[in-house]
Design a protein around this ligand. Structure first.
Ligand code: ADP
Length: 288
């Protein structure tokens, strides 16, 4: 954070809106693990700005594209992109209110509808980021092959290269790849938020869900639901509503750990070996 960030915020507003708007107040928001996140109050209303001088040059532009892709699906409230450049992302401010009684049901149904948006292949026509790591989205027609080649292999290779994964674990990953077609259902490509943990779920002025900070692609929808369980899980009413709207294949609970190998590998590569035990447990369960 700068000693006095107001001139920077005002330049962000000028570059986005094409006119001078002064900042009456700013509030640093918690929760941003990678960037600075701030709420701006101005005579033109409130805005949300995220910035990071060290961000890769295309990071905010790609996040803006992902938000736009999810917004176009018109299933869940996604903040409008007001301005974007290499060093900032300016968004519609989502004013969190007390959630409505049907918050979780509405969230489960709208995520299920989002996942019904499909595509001719898995992946996306551009790469993006998961945290600050590049996420490769080269299209593939087979969902399990996509999960192996573009998700697990890339992150496992990186974790091995960085010295986190042992050769034994890498061999176990290879054994697991061969078993995956029998372990997980090969469903249609589903439009995914891609980074759906509770920190990226907020509530809007109506008390309903809004989603931020995506890592969008078309993938296996069970990967998204599994990830929601990684840090404790959402309310049971969310899962029931999802399942009623777009039923899951039987046995999902037993498959969650397999899908969560991807976010766990990402966490190892971003934050270090603290996340290795979870990976080891799953590998030991499926590959002796
Ligand atoms: P990071 O990329 O650094 O993780 P996020 O995009 O997750 O940052 O934003 C950090 C926090 O700011 C979120 O957890 C959320 O609480 C809040 N937030 C994000 N976008 C908005 C928005 N458009 N309006 C209001 N609050 C937001």
């Amino acid at each position: 954070m700068f000693a006095n960030p107001t001139p920077f915020f005002e330049s962000v507003l000028f570059r986005s809106l094409g006119k001078s708007v002064s900042v009456d107040q700013y509030l640093v928001l918690g929760g941003g693990s990678i960037n600075q996140a701030v709420a701006l109050t101005t005579a033109e209303g409130q805005f949300f700005v995220k910035y990071n001088k060290m961000a890769p040059k295309d990071m905010f532009g790609l996040e803006a594209r992902g938000l736009q892709t999810l917004r176009e699906a018109e299933e869940i409230h996604i903040p409008e992109v007001i301005g974007v450049d290499e060093d900032f992302l300016l968004l519609e401010f989502i004013a969190g209110r007390r959630t409505k009684n049907n918050y979780w049901e509405d969230f489960g149904q709208s995520l299920a509808r989002l996942h019904q948006h499909t595509h001719s292949s898995f992946g996306l026509d551009y790469n993006n980021y998961i945290g600050r790591l590049e996420q490769i989205n080269d299209p593939l027609e087979d969902g399990i092959a996509f999960f192996i080649e573009k998700r697990l292999k890339i992150q496992a290779g990186k974790a091995f290269y960085e010295g986190y994964l042992s050769k034994t674990m890498l061999r176990q990953f290879d054994q697991l790849y061969a078993k995956l077609p029998e372990l997980i259902p090969n469903e249609k490509p589903a439009l995914l938020h891609g980074d759906l943990w509770s920190g990226n779920v907020i509530s809007n002025h109506l008390g309903l869900v809004a989603l931020v900070d995506p890592a969008v692609y078309y993938g296996l929808r069970e990967t998204e639901l599994a990830f929601t369980h990684m840090f404790g899980g959402f309310h049971e009413r969310f899962y029931n509503a999802y399942h009623e709207t777009f039923p899951l294949e039987p046995g999902f609970d037993n498959r969650k750990d397999i899908y969560n190998l991807y976010p766990l590998l990402v966490h190892v590569n971003l934050f270090g070996q603290g996340y290795l035990n979870g990976i080891r447990r799953t590998l030991d369960k499926y590959c002796k």
